[in-house]
Design a protein around this ligand. Sequence first.
Ligand code: FPP
Length: 283
Amino acid sequence: MSDTSPADREREAQARRLVPRSVAMIMDGNGRWAQQRGLPRVAGHRAGAIAVDRVTEAAARLGIESLTLYAFSTENWQRPAHEVETLWKLLVRDLKRRGPKLLKQGIRLTTIGRRDRMPAAAVSEIDRVQRETAGGTKMQLCLALDYGGWWDLTEMAERVRRGERDGTLPPGPLTPESLERLLPSAIVPPVDLLIRTGGEARISNYLPWQLAYAELVFLPVLWPDFDDDGLTTACREFSHRRRRFGRVDEQAEAELRTPEPLVAAIEPAPRRRGLAALLRSKR
Ligand code: FPP
C-alpha cells in the first residue's frame, strides 16, 4: 500500500488516464485542404505526409505507445489512377526520408493490410524500414496500407478454416483470444482513442476488432493542419471520458479511487507523468 494521501492517489490515477496507450487516426481532409487553396488533390496528400511526421513525433513525445494511421484503404484503389499512383509514390519517398528519423527516435515501423496488390517499390521500402527500426521501443508506428476491416476479419476466418483443416488450430471452443491470434492486424493493440480529422463522423471500415471499446473523437480540422495542439485537444477529451467497459459508473469510479492494482487493471501500462503537466498547462 502506498503512503500517499487519497488526494495524491486520485491525482495520480487521473494522470494515468490522460494519455491513451493506443491511438488510431483516420487522416481525412487532404483533398479539401488542397481544393481550398486551388491546388490539385495530390498537393493535399503531400501536405498530409508532412503532418504525419509532425504528429508521429508529438505522439512519441506524449508517451503514446502505439499509433496506427489509415494511409490507404482497400476502397482507395477506386480513386483516380493518378491519385492512387501519387499516394504510393509519396509513401515510398516518405519512407526513404523518414526511416533514419524513426530509427533515431526509437520508433518501430510496422504495417497492416494486404501485401499482394501494392507496388513492388513500396513492399521493399516498407520491409527495409521495418527491418531497420525493429528494435525501437519508444512507440510502434503502424501504417494501415491497403487495409480494410472486412478483409481483416475475412482473412481471420480463412485462417480458422485452414487451421481446422490442417490441425494447427488447437481443439476446443474458439475464444476472442484464440481468434485474435489469427487476426492479420493483431500487432495493433485494442485502440483507446480513435481520432478522425476532416469533420466526418464514421469509422470507414477501419480496425473493427480493435475499435470495440475505443473512445471516438471527430475533429473538424483538415488533416494537413492537424498538429500537436490537435493531438493534445483529443487527449484532453479522452481524459474526460468515463470508460466503463460494460460496468456501471460506481464500479468504474471505485477503481479510479483505488490505488495501484485496480487502476493498473484499467490502464495496464505505466503512463508518463510529464504529460499530465503538459495537458494541465494547455487547459
Ligand atoms: C483522406 O483524405 C486521406 C487519404 C486517403 C490518404 C492519407 C494519406 C496521407 C495523409 C499522406 C501520405 C501518408 C503517408 C504515411 C506518407 P481525402 O483525400 O479523402 O480528403 P477529402 O475528404 O478532403 O477529399
